[in-house]
Write a protein that binds this ligand. Structure first.
Ligand code: 2PG
Ligand code: MG
Length: 412
């Protein structure tokens, strides 16, 4: 099945900033659209998100150059190629770009095309996208790592830890997991309101009140879990510290509160939180260049909890390999736009699974109605998905897609 046409578009994301979409049309007239997301706490080793830097449009954030690269370069490169050969398509774009970080064509342009071709190919084969991606293996829906309280770069409050998440670890179905999380989310809102705290939300839909300290936020989560009729055996807590945002020259300085740590001190701080709260996962507990710290933290905490590398690994197989050798972390966050093609994304998931690292497929803080990551999570049997609060349509698009997929899997 040959690619007949590819077209790029400048769309907007959930923060109202421009992003890139692409539509692929195949010879049988099948067409599919994909829209790429955009992060705020981006890792320094991520593939390049090409922006126009034209101050007259969208404060420099326009994506017309990336869109032009789709329409002028990538489309003629790929028209006539085999749509079912995703690896060859992605490889051709990587070679045409010919930079280390996809900065010539833009990872936003490349990924939009990569995803739109895969979606069109699945559609033309009349296969659900998750099945096209994962093949004929047993698939199950993931456990949500649901962000219900926002801080850091995702909220204008005084909290430095970026994400406080809940994980329903004992429910049998995704449907039940989502219900439990949503109930806790609403209870948390009521508890905050009762204390006269703000119920406004951050970029990922979690509440974003000002709170005296991190422990106070964790107390609220535990209270919300219990008041909803659950307990901390069945619902656990996960954090994303996003601490690369705090890291400078070997020191961690929390920008909002001004507290300072070295990697040993920060590890001790996490140990203290672990002893008091039902935390089972910490993401980016240390910074993206602090391999020495990561090794130390993993030795100290890696047997007790999940330590997730996001900015550390940036969905990059080479960085993950380095991390594995160095004993850094035991899980990887998977964000397709950190690396820029679907094939590389699926490959790093397989690599992680082969080496016993857990995988968590993730949205970005600036996201869209595109639910592609839900299909990746199921198709690749990733154990977990991180896609925000149960509100704001760019987040619920993924949850609703997972509900649909689960019902299809049950009927299968
Ligand atoms: C993260 C992500 C998603 P951003 O740090 O894990 O929650 O945030 O997209 O801003 O990098
Ligand atoms: Mg993160």
């Amino acid at each position: 099945m040959k690619i007949r046409d590819i077209k790029g578009y400048e769309f907007i994301d959930s923060r109202g900033n421009p992003t890139v979409a692409a539509k692929a049309v195949l010879d049988d007239n099948t067409s599919a659209l994909a829209i790429v997301p955009s992060g705020a706490s981006t890792g320094k080793f991520e593939a390049c998100e090409l922006r126009d830097n034209d101050a007259d449009r969208y404060f420099g954030k326009g994506t017309l150059r990336a869109v032009e690269n789709i329409n002028e370069v990538i489309s003629s490169l790929l028209i006539g190629d085999e749509a079912y050969d995703q690896a060859a398509i992605d490889d051709k774009m990587i070679r045409c770009d010919a930079t280390e970080n996809k900065s010539r064509l833009g990872a936003n342009a490349i990924l939009a095309v990569s995803l739109s071709v895969a979606r069109a190919a699945a559609k033309s084969l009349k296969l659900p996208l998750y099945r096209y991606l994962g093949g004929s293996v047993k698939m199950t829906a993931p456990v949500p790592m649901m962000n219900i309280l926002n801080g850091g770069a995702h909220a204008a409050n005084n909290i430095d830890i970026q994400e406080f998440m809940i994980m329903p670890v004992t429910c049998k179905s995704f449907k039940e997991r989502l219900r439990v999380c949503s109930e806790i989310y609403h209870t948390l809102g009521r508890l905050l309101k009762a204390e006269g705290l703000s119920c406004g939300v951050g970029d990922e839909g979690g509440f974003a009140p000002d709170l005296d300290n991190d422990s106070y936020a964790l107390e609220f989560l535990v209270k919300a879990i219990e008041k909803s009729g659950y307990n901390t055996e069945s619902v656990k807590i996960a954090l994303d510290a996003a601490s690369s945002e705090w890291y400078d020259n070997g020191a961690y300085k929390m920008p909002k509160r001004g507290t300072e740590f070295d990697y040993k001190g920060l590890t001790e701080y996490y140990e203290e939180l672990l002893s008091k709260y039902p935390i089972i996962s910490i993401e980016d507990g240390l910074g993206e260049t602090d391999f020495e710290g990561w090794k130390y933290m993993t030795e100290k905490l890696g047997k007790r909890i999940q330590l997730v590398g996001d900015d550390l690994f940036v969905t990059d197989e080479k960085r993950l390999e380095e991390g594995i050798k160095n004993g850094s972390g035991n899980a990887i966050l998977i964000k397709p736009n950190q690396i820029g093609t679907l094939s590389q994304t699926l490959s790093v998931i397989r690599f992680a699974q082969k080496h016993g690292y857990k995988t968590i497929v993730s949205h970005r803080s600036g996201d869209t109605e595109d639910s592609f990551i839900a299909d990746i999570a199921v198709g690749m049997n990733s154990e977990q998905i991180k896609t925000g609060a149960p509100q704001r349509s760019e987040r619920t698009a993924k949850y609703n897609r997972l509900l649909l997929i689960e019902s299809e899997l049950e009927a299968f």
